[in-house]
Ligand binder design. Structure first.
Ligand code: SF4
Length: 328
């Protein structure tokens, strides 16, 4: 079947993925494969902008790739690779940086946030981060980038860089990507307050055992107003309920009703959730365990993806160099 276009998406190598990664990105990555040529990149160079220790970087890339494969990324049709394996991206980054005013980069709210977060490490790469991201997208001539509403400004930045490049070189070499708005589920952590994340240790790993999953679910914070079993609850403010929506489609209506009239207690409600998460992830975990038996396989997949990515990258880079007058 003819595909609609080419999707690019990148994610930082954060190691073993959790439910937030799964519901917020991976599920969507898997679904997009049916309609688009997909290019999925583990952006390890981006990760360097905020890292202070480097020992885990390589292993984190491998663990993330394992999760992607186990979740259903099909490497025969989808290009799945590690960013640093395709050095053309750094060349394009350098060239595009000449088309990007410095003030524009330092004015970006994301840059200011990052400076506030790591004032001791405001490195050059951090400033150029959006240019490298633009190079990622432009290099593979992706016409579609899936984004949640909070990432729209990043893609708008890429569109502007591409427009500037094409305008100044008077060549339509690069493609202005379109945003594909996606319903991303923002998943809170077990604390029920912050976004699920490893650094906060409020996460539930996809590859956790059923027992570990159940133990984590049982610690989840629920509706704070529901102090006693007899108090009616408010599912709309409860993170357990948020997770019931994707994992308990057959029970979510019942839980909504019973929670409101104190017909179900939080302990039982969580047990149902843990059971359903475990059932849903059973095939994923079986496949992951199988893939993990051969650690070289995941690197073979990533190297093969990088080779295919380079084939596209070389063509784009040659066109870009020609457009700016660099000798080939
Ligand atoms: S019964 Fe379920 S949905 Fe209601 S407050 Fe407790 S955990 Fe949340």
């Amino acid at each position: 079947m003819a595909k609609k276009g080419r999707v690019f998406s990148g994610a930082r190598p954060t190691g073993r993925q959790h439910l937030g990664n799964y519901l917020g990105a991976i599920k969507n990555y898997v679904a997009l494969q049916d309609e688009y040529d997909c290019v999925y990149c583990i952006v390890d160079l981006h990760a360097l902008t905020t890292m202070e220790e480097f020992e885990d970087l390589k292993q984190n890339s491998a663990e993330m790739a394992l999760d992607w494969l186990a979740a259903g990324i099909r490497p025969d049709e989808t290009i799945m690779f590690v960013q640093s394996h395709v050095p053309q991206v750094t060349e394009l980054h350098t060239i595009l940086s000449m088309f990007t005013p410095l003030g524009k980069l330092t004015d970006l709210p994301t840059f200011k946030e990052q400076v506030a977060q790591q004032p001791h490490n405001v490195n050059y790469g951090l400033v150029g981060y959006p240019v490298l991201m633009s190079a990622d997208i432009a290099l593979y001539k992706a016409d579609t980038v899936p984004v949640g509403i909070d990432q729209a400004s990043h893609i708008e930045f890429t569109r502007e860089v591409v427009r500037t490049f094409n305008f100044r070189t008077k060549k339509q070499v690069l493609i202005e990507p379109q945003m594909k708005n996606t319903e991303y589920l923002k998943v809170l952590g077990t604390d029920g307050v912050q976004k699920m994340g490893k650094s906060l240790n409020n996460h539930i790993e996809l590859a956790a055992t059923p027992e570990e999953t159940q133990a984590k679910v049982m610690t989840m914070v629920t509706d704070p107003q529901r102090q006693r079993r007899t108090d009616p609850g408010r599912p709309e403010v409860c993170n357990v309920f948020t997770l019931h929506k994707p994992f308990s489609p057959n029970e979510v209506a019942m839980i909504d009703t019973e929670c409101r009239r104190a017909g179900i207690g939080c302990v039982d409600c969580k047990k149902i959730l843990a059971k359903n998460i475990n059932a849903h992830l059973e095939p994923f975990r079986a496949k992951r365990a199988e893939l993990a038996q051969d650690p070289q396989h995941v690197w073979d997949v990533l190297h093969d993806g990088a080779k295919r990515a380079q084939t596209i990258a070389e063509v784009t880079l040659a066109e870009v160099k020609e457009a700016v007058g660099l000798p080939l």
